[in-house]
Write a protein of this length. Structure first.
Length: 265
């Protein structure tokens, strides 16, 4: 076993019943290249629940980044497949939780992060090679939350239309949303209290609204994040669009804490 690999049993007291696990810390950036300019360290946090089919592609895309000052933290939560095996030795820190919880996984990853800038990345989303460098250059101290241009992995016209509309809304700050990527400063994230762990739908927008008290929402449109359209493919494009519209309306008048988000694998 590599001397830098550690086994964590209940690593932090706040994990409570979720803790069961494992971490792997390489104590250095992903690549050996010299620390570039700008010198912001980025912590890429990837929550993964049964993502063996997509995770390797996401991690390989991070290895192709031309910005070297970053770390990759994978938080496998409630996995019953080979997600942990895929992540091991492809990330700087691997944490395994016994129960599925997106909010807990993201919050734990942020607490263990060493970077000043956090990037929450969906396990089925890949970044262009220039993405991290562009984020380090463009995401300023005046920005509190942000995302990248989204791109579907499907050539279907309906999927491309949805993402064109989504990017338009994000670009003009009509809605502080995300496209598989959430950017924020670690200091702001911790001060805001992190993700609401009891919320399974629209949790990204809810966090971003709280973060906006510290600065503006930033859309970075000259690099993209390509996201899986598996939910749209399995359930039908317009059925999913209707679901999102319904949830948006419900969020305006009620509480979404009782709503569950069905995992699609």
């Amino acid at each position: 076993m590599d001397v830098r690999e550690f086994l964590f049993q209940n690593p932090l007291p706040f994990l409570g019943q979720y803790a069961k696990s494992v971490g792997r810390d390489l104590l250095r950036p992903v690549t050996r290249q010299a620390r570039p300019s700008p010198t912001r360290m980025i912590s890429v946090i990837i929550p993964a629940h049964n993502e063996e089919a997509y995770l390797q592609r996401t991690l390989d895309a991070l290895r192709r980044q031309n910005y070297g000052w970053f770390e990759i933290i994978v938080v496998a939560n409630g996995c019953t497949d080979h997600t942990v095996e895929v992540a091991r030795r492809r990330c700087n820190r691997l944490i395994v939780l016994s129960q599925k919880s997106l909010g807990v996984a993201r919050n734990l990853g942020a607490r263990m992060a060493r970077g000043e800038l956090l990037l929450f990345l969906d396990a089925d989303t890949t970044l262009e090679p220039m993405a991290l460098r562009r984020i380090a250059e463009d995401f300023s101290i005046r920005d509190a939350a942000g995302t990248l241009q989204g791109r579907p992995d499907s050539p279907r016209f309906a999927c491309r239309l949805i993402y064109a509309l989504k990017n338009f809304v994000h670009r003009w700050s009509l809605h502080p949303g995300s496209s598989g990527v959430i950017l924020c400063w670690r200091e702001h994230f911790l001060r805001a209290g992190g993700f609401d762990e009891g919320l399974e739908v629209r949790e990204n927008s809810e966090l971003m609204k709280r973060l906006k008290r510290y600065g503006r929402y930033r859309y970075i449109g000259d690099v993209s994040a390509t996201t899986s359209m598996r939910r749209y493919e399995q359930h039908g494009v317009w059925r999913v669009v209707w679901l999102w519209c319904k949830l948006w309306l419900q969020s305006r008048v009620g509480d979404l804490h009782q709503h569950c988000y069905e995992a699609v694998r």
